[in-house]
Design a protein around this ligand. Sequence first.
Ligand code: SF4
Length: 67
Amino acid sequence: MSPVRVAVDRERCCAAGMCALVAPATFSQDDEDGRVVVLEDRPPEGERASVAEAAAICPCGVISLLE
Ligand code: SF4
């Protein structure tokens, strides 16, 4: 299975920070505006579940997982 790729739409991120809470190895927040920062756009397989959860709970729906 090829690694999942993470894409975000920072323009529509509402800086809720849920992604960084559930998948801190993959997502962080910008120090200034709080918007999402992708730390690892091809997270390891072991992170897949938490990254998928982050995409599911993002209140703005701006996280996409590309297979
Ligand atoms: S959970 Fe969604 S809205 Fe919140 S910081 Fe992450 S990407 Fe942005």
